[in-house]
Structure formats: C-alpha cells, structure tokens
Design a protein around this ligand. Structure first.
Ligand code: GLT
Ligand code: MN
Ligand code: MN
Length: 413
C-alpha cells in the first residue's frame, strides 16, 4: 500500500469503522444507563513516562460528542471542569451554569460527580493528612462537590481516595488516617442531607472506589472488600448512604475475580455504581476499553449483574490509548466501547434464557438420587458424579454464545 497522505487518514479510519459494522444507533445507545467521564474523553495520553499525545478538551466539546454518539450521561471530577482556585467562588457558579446549558443543548444528563483528592500537591499526604487544615480543606472539597452535584442534577457521588496510603513505612498511623478519612465522608453526607432537603431532591448515593496500588505504594483501602469493611466499621455516621463504585480493572489488578467481588457487593446491598473497562492482572491501571481484553469474563460479569437486577450506571472509565488521535477518541474509542458493552449485555440476556445453560444448571441443583446414608461421602460422590461434567459443558456453551457458535458459526477455512 502506498503511504496514506495525512489529509486522507481520518477518512480511512471512518471508512474502516463503517466496514466494521455492528454499531447501534444513538437512540438505542441512550436506552442503557451508560455514562461518559469528562476525564476519559479529555485524557491527553500523559503518564509518568509519557508526554501527552492529544490536545486538551473542554466540557463543551466532550458533552457535544457524547450527545452525538448517544451516550446519555456525563460524569466529572470537580477540577476536570473548575480550576482549583475557582472552587466555591462565583466563577464556579458561572462554569456550572455553562455546563447545565451544554447538557441541555445536547440532551445529556449529569449522573455522577467526584472530587479530585489525589492530583493537586495539597494531597501529597492524602486527603486525611495529619495537618488539620488539609482535612478541613478536604471537607470543603467534598461538600462543594455535593453542591455541584445537586446543581447539575446528579444522583451519585464517587470517592477514589488515591493518595490514602504511603510510600514509606511507619510515617502514618493507619487507624488515625482512616478515622480522618471517615470525617470527610461524614461531612459530605451531612452536607448532602442539608442540600437535598433544601432542594427537595433525594440525597446522593455516595460510592467508594478502591484501587489496590498506584499512585501510592501501600493503600489503606485497597479493594472493594476493604471498602465494605470500612463502611461497616462504625466510623461512618450515615453508612446507609455509602456504598461502592467497584471498577472492573481495579479488582482484576490485585488478582481477584471481578465477578466474585461484584457478587460480594451485591450481597451486601452496596453495588451502587460500576466503572467499566478492561486490562490485565497484576499490572498498571491501564484502563483499556471494556471487553477488549477479557470479553468472556465480561459476559460472565454481565450475566451476574443482569440476573440480580443491576441495570447501571455503567461508567466508561477507560482511557483511549495514546495511539488514538483526538478524532479517533469520538470516532472509534467511545462508540466501539459502548457498542461492545451493549452487545455483551444483550448476550448476557441470551445466556440467562439459554435452554442448555438452564437445563444444565437446574440438573446440577437437582443433584443425583439421595444416598441411602446421608453421611456416606462416597455414595454422595457417586450419586452426583456424572452431573458434574455439566460445569465444563456450561463453560463451553458460554464461549459458543460469545463467538456465535451456538448460531452455527463454525470455522470454514
Ligand atoms: C482516576 C481513577 C479512576 C477513578 C476516577 C474517579 S479518577 O482516573 O484511576 O479509576 O474512577 O475519581
Ligand atoms: Mn474508576
Ligand atoms: Mn482504573
């Protein structure tokens, strides 16, 4: 192939996108509770060893593109859209009014707001630092985010306490830090009760998000399970208002089965919100688009969620790769992520309705004939021996559904 002139490269990408097929209409996409984060769309590709590869992007452009694609909800950190020095000022009110306008103009709603308590130098020793001024400032920040959330019509607030941990041992006392962190969350819940009352709105759902490592070496609340223990620890004054925002990759990062982590959250009644993406075990938070790495696991995750009535929010917390251009972020990255999610979600419905999966599952639950002696381990084993092969058959069936083999798709060479 001859070199492709720069002026023809976008057209080539668009033509191949069309050729891929399998995309849903914006109307169909809007039926799912899928949200697009400001920080994902505006991510410039920077990292510790990486310079940015894309230009900065404001909320007007992001909201406009999400509306066009058919992503009906938008999420943001306070400082993704409001400069740190403008927080809580008249300038904030102007910006928030501009966001409301952009949302209304593009048919997009704000579902979630979150406080950046990790990027600015003030958080070097975490939002629950020893210095009381830092902790008071953290309270101001989370309360201000609650205000912004109500102003924008959000229903969820997320907390990722990125720097709640340490690099070097012995410098902090963990129980103090956790108590201080709880103080900030308690302040946010109190503020929420007050503002929701004034505005006649329901209170927000406050969702804790764990990440096992990065940016600190050691993290005090590294997993969703640690967060559940924290919620139940007695440190929170409104534990009923606080639940989880698990992230698929963050559970995978520490070596967990994300589906099992979600199951534990469901049992606790704390699956409030879900960050969807993909990546690899025991590696960095690469935030790859949902289903690009582990589609079979994703299918299984969605079977669990669908069968427990969890319908969203599904927050596209991925980072378009550095190799993707600004044009590609909205031409390829976001639409393909949404469309893979929708397809996997609908396939999960197929799994739930599949006669083979259902009969196999029912047979496993029915078990073999009761053994003559209830405490005869060998007899019980024999009575169920052949049925247990169904585990592998079910796993095969899930792969068949994933790759379309259940509909006769075979390799023809
Ligand atoms: C950051 C983190 C994400 C969180 C965001 C919310 S910030 O990008 O890695 O997983 O969801 O604070
Ligand atoms: Mn996340
Ligand atoms: Mn992540």
């Amino acid at each position: 192939m001859p070199p492709i002139p720069e002026s023809q490269q976008q057209a080539l990408v668009s033509r191949l996108m069309q050729a891929c097929g399998g995309s849903y209409s914006p109307e169909t996409r809007r039926k799912y509770f899928i949200s697009g984060p400001q920080w994902a769309a505006a991510y410039q590709g920077q990292a510790l060893f990486h310079a940015p590869t894309r230009p900065p992007l404001g909320f007007e452009s992001v909201i406009h593109h999400l509306g066009e694609i058919g992503i009906g909800w938008w999420t943001t950190h306070d400082t993704d859209v409001i400069p740190t020095e403008a927080l809580g000022t008249d300038r904030q009110a102007e910006i928030v009014a501009g966001i409301r306008q952009a949302l209304a103009d593009n048919g997009v709603q704000c579902s979630m707001v979150t406080t950046e308590t990790f990027y600015h130098a003030v958080w070097a020793a975490s939002p629950a630092a020893e210095a009381p001024e830092v902790r008071e400032y953290a309270k101001f920040r989370v309360c201000n985010t609650v205000d912004v959330g109500h102003e924008l019509g959000a229903s969820f607030a997320v907390y990722w306490p990125g720097t709640l941990g340490y690099y070097v041992q012995g410098a902090i006392e963990e129980t103090n830090t956790l108590r201080w962190y709880a103080d900030a969350l308690n302040a946010a819940c109190e503020r929420d009760i007050e503002v929701a009352g004034q505005r006649g709105r329901p209170t927000l759902k406050h969702c804790l998000e764990a990440k096992p490592f990065e940016p600190q070496a050691e993290i005090l609340l590294p997993t969703s399970d640690a967060m559940l223990a924290f919620i139940a620890s007695g440190l929170l004054t409104h534990p009923d208002m606080v639940g989880l925002n698990p992230e698929y990759l963050h559970e995978l990062m520490w070596g967990a089965a994300p589906r099992a982590a979600l199951a534990r959250a469901l049992l606790a009644g704390k699956l409030f919100h879900f960050d969807i993406n993909d990546g690899y075990r025991l590696k960095h938070d690469v935030d790859i688009g949902v289903g690009l790495v582990n589609p079979l696991d994703w299918l299984n995750v969605l079977v669990l969620l669908r069968s427990h009535g969890y319908q969203g929010p599904f927050n596209l917390d991925f980072k378009p790769p550095r190799t993707t251009s600004q044009f590609g972020v909205f031409e390829v990255s976001f639409p393909t992520a949404v469309d893979r999610f929708i397809t996997l979600w609908e396939m999960a419905g197929e799994v739930i309705a599949d006669p083979i999966v259902n009969e196999a599952t029912a047979a496993l639950k029915a078990g073999g004939p009761p053994a003559a002696a209830a405490h005869d381990a060998d007899a019980i084993t024999r009575a169920n021996r052949e049925l247990l092969t169904l585990h592998e058959l079910i796993a095969h069936r899930l792969v068949q559904i994933l790759i379309g083999q259940h509909r006769g798709r075979v390799f023809t060479g």
